[in-house]
Write a protein that binds this ligand. Structure first.
Ligand SMILES: *Cc1c(COP(=O)(O)O)cnc(C)c1O
Length: 395
């Protein structure tokens, strides 16, 4: 990450516009990012409008704000607005793509140890249902997905590469662009889970080369809960059919025929959290306003600083791996369970979370871990907040 970081003025502005920073030290941005005032205002405004004039009427009045959702997400990832669908969370967004592929018995899917629990159980269900095979690629010596092993695992039966860009339980940033080059070389469908990377680091689907990408509103984008998005490249729409369709996804032509709407909106459903869609659009343009390269640079720098400070504390073991690391910092404290560490920090209004093996069966147990403490930093966090936590942990 060579981009310049945010200036002190910009960090101050971001904190002024984040009411939560006065109440807590929030290091749980991989869980839910603290909301910014413009996002809160937009969501509240829409809810008020619904109450005042009616929900359908409010939606009609907010047409340009709901449309701005598509242009903002497109700007975030470098796609066209047509290639974006609004979906209620990242899990369903990923599902709409994955379950939309017409797998046949013996088809193979390549994935890695960073894969998100819900994605992996979906793979297991598809294995049970259709007889697909899962090729689980090991990490290389740096801790990222082993690119050589990945390419070597490709067979004529391989249908899909499913990669999680940044896992929920570690600082790792997987080499999504390199995987994209392999996918292109072998003409394979490539589905990227960008849930933790959207809003944390810059994303560009042309550079990454993925055909489908899922993201959530509630984490590093600092949008409302219950919001997410899916990108589907136009030229794979013939290979990925929405697993369910409704009146939003289709045009009902007569009693016996329908047509899917053009572009990615065929993956949406009609009823939605309109205030959330508006809010996620605002949250995304808020981040873009600061510059995702500069937000990413700051988050990665804070992550590196916290790792460096924690590494000097006796009894603390860091558990992040990977050639490139972001703002998620995982560790354990000798003599204290991760839950106890979390509770102790909570006494000081410091929010961290615990990543459990039950959410990372194919990674944490392999590394001999049941659970780790996860501190996930955002650009509005400060060096002194980090130091305060380190000091508490050292005592
Ligand atoms: C949180 C998370 C998800 C799920 O996102 P939701 O919006 O809660 O469905 C998917 N993948 C990764 C890597 C995550 O961290």
């Amino acid at each position: 990450m060579i981009a310049p970081s945010l200036s002190q003025n910009e960090i101050d502005l971001m904190r002024d516009e984040t009411p939560g920073v006065n109440r807590c030290i929030h290091f749980n941005n991989a869980g839910t990012g603290l909301a910014a005032t413009p996002v809160l205002d937009a969501v509240k405004h829409h809810l008020d409008l619904e109450a005042k004039i009616g929900g359908y009427e409010a939606a009609a009045a907010a047409q340009s704000e709901t449309n701005a959702f598509y242009t903002s997400i497109a700007a975030l990832i470098g796609s066209t607005p047509n290639e974006i669908a609004f979906i209620e969370n990242a899990t369903r967004a990923w599902d709409m793509a994955f379950y939309g592929i017409d797998f046949r018995e013996g088809d193979r899917v390549i994935t890695g140890r960073a894969e998100y629990v819900s994605n992996y159980v979906a793979l297991l269900q598809m294995k049970k249902r259709k007889g697909i095979e899962i090729d689980l690629i090991e990490d290389d010596e740096t801790g990222q997905i082993d690119l050589k092993a990945l390419e070597a695992a490709i067979t004529p039966k391989t249908r899909l590469i499913a990669l999680t860009h940044i896992p929920t339980f570690s600082g790792l940033i997987n080499p999504a662009e390199d995987v994209g080059q392999i996918a292109a070389r072998h003409k394979l469908l490539y589905l990227l889970d960008a849930c933790q990377s959207a809003g944390q680091i810059p994303l560009n689907i042309r550079e990454i080369g993925c055909h489908m990408l899922s993201g959530t509103g509630r984490k590093y984008l600092r949008g409302p809960r219950g919001t997410g998005f899916l990108y589907v490249r136009d030229d794979v729409l013939d290979q990925v059919e929405p697993p369910f369709v409704d009146l939003q996804a289709t045009e009902w032509l007569d009693g016996s025929t329908y047509r899917l709407v053009p572009h990615a909106q065929r993956f949406e459903n009609w009823e939605r959290y309109v205030a959330g869609q508006v809010g996620l659009g605002v949250a995304t343009s808020y981040a873009i306003g600061f510059g995702m390269d500069r937000i990413g640079a700051r988050i990665c720098a804070l992550g590196a600083q916290l790792r460096s400070e924690l590494s000097g504390v006796p009894g603390i073991t860091l558990h992040d791996k990977g050639a490139q690391k972001g703002g998620i910092v995982t560790f354990a404290v000798e003599g204290a369970t991760p839950a106890a560490t979390k509770a102790r920090l909570a006494d000081h209004q410091i929010n961290v979370s615990v990543s459990q093996a039950s959410s990372a069966r194919i990674d944490l147990p392999l590394r001999g871990l049941d659970a780790v403490v996860r501190a996930s930093l955002h650009a509005f966090n400060t060096e002194s907040e980090l130091e305060l936590m380190v000091k508490l942990l050292a005592d």
